[in-house]
Design a binder for this molecule. Structure first.
Ligand SMILES: [Zn+2]
Length: 149
């Protein structure tokens, strides 16, 4: 493989993102963009894949773990009690409160109803696109998209 930036022949090419484009480079040139990973032969991996079905796309509050923990505390419920109320196991509640489990929309709705908190924020398609781009910082193009709204 040849580095697309400096042209150097490289045995272990890396892939970086520059302004939303994937570029194959040598290890010295990875600093020109956001490192995606090692170059792999075959079809490019899909990075823009929603974790949920299309109709389930939504934003969850970034501090959902704290919101759930605080709300449960206000109600004076133990984790087991909350788990029972939302029909989930205690470990689900534990993971949610540690921020290790991002709730599905259905679960988030149950939590909202049971705890009387707001976790879900509906998002437009365009903002979802930006949210899904996990491979690097928001690019100029993304910012323009956000500003248009
Ligand atoms: Zn290079």
């Amino acid at each position: 493989m040849q580095c697309e930036i400096c042209g150097l022949e490289t045995k272990y090419p890396k892939v970086i993102m520059v302004e939303g484009s994937r570029i194959t480079v040598c290890s010295r040139c990875t600093s020109h963009g956001t490192l995606v990973g090692n170059y792999q032969k075959g079809p490019a991996r899909v990075y823009r894949r929603s974790r949920y079905k299309r109709e389930e796309q939504f934003d969850i509050a970034a501090d959902y773990d704290k919101l759930i923990r605080d709300a449960r505390g206000k109600h004076g419920w133990k984790q087991e009690e909350l788990a029972r109320k939302i029909n989930e196991t205690t470990s689900v509640v534990t993971h949610l409160e540690k921020g290790k489990l991002s709730p599905s929309k259905k679960l988030a709705e149950k939590l909202e109803k049971t705890l009387g908190i707001k976790l879900i924020e509906a998002v437009s398609d365009e903002r979802v696109e930006v949210q899904q781009e996990k491979s690097g910082p928001v690019t100029l193009g993304d910012i323009v998209k956000i500003r248009k709204r």
